[in-house]
Design a protein around this ligand. Sequence first.
Ligand code: KMH
Ligand code: ZN
Length: 312
Amino acid sequence: MAKQKKTIITCAITGAIHTPTMSDALPYTPDDIAEHAVAAAEAGASILHLHARRAHDGGVSVNTDDFAAFLPRIKQATDAVLNISTGGSLTLSIADRVKPATTFSPEMCSMNMGSMNFSFHPLANRYKDEDWKFDWEKDYVKNSDGNIFRNTFRDIKEAADTLAPHDIKFEHECYDVGHLYNLKFCMDIGLFKAPIFIQFIFGILGGIGPEVDNLIFMKRTADRLFGDDYRWSVLGAGGAQMTLATTASQMGGNVRVGLEDSLFIARGKLATSNAQQVAKIRRIVEDLGCEIASPDEAREMLDLKGGDRVNF
Ligand code: KMH
Ligand code: ZN
């Protein structure tokens, strides 16, 4: 595959793993989500990966009203590509999870490429019972050891078919090498059109680990399966975030940062904002000789429909 000239920075603003107790910086009200998203775009993120949360207690939400409370504000204030998650609840059905994307018809949305154990229960050990800010948090984190994040072939087809009229580009989230083969199967039966955008994900408990060997293995496998028909990006969860993003950018790939994926800016030091992580990876990418892609350059690289064709 020809090496791309520019690096797309995606910033995942809040996600569905971390909880308010874990960091005061984690945004969950619509005001805070919008403010973080706009600042991340100003710092250099050309794609904003967005989840909604309940405004009163930070619980995860796939409710369209919760998205409606921030999407227009972000769109008004930035030119960034808005990407709506379809993985915003690890336990709800795919039909519920695609509703925000069908409602708002964004330029991009996430598409998880396989069913898996998806757990973050070890995080609960860091907090005492009295530390938790909200009632739901402790059980949510602890019980994730029983999570099956369901994305069967039938689910993926249902999501792809439902979203097909919207001309949305998917962020294909691949947490292990088998997910690349699932994606290849889906390509072969015509569910997705090239160029596809793959997010290689490392370091989620239940998925492949955050070693550089694994990044090279995933990339080589994707080269073999998809040839020139794909673009790629790397998300390292937790402590692997910046190191894997740096390696990916040097290999010619794109990068994803944000408080969804890691709450830290350096070892043992919590990030103060999403924009702080974007600024850090931007500085590294530029210092090492790459240029970051503007939103319009990202649109061209990924063949997106355009920010004027969304429904918010
Ligand atoms: N937090 C990521 C590892 C989604 O939004 O579809 C998973 C994620 C899922 O981004
Ligand atoms: Zn997400």
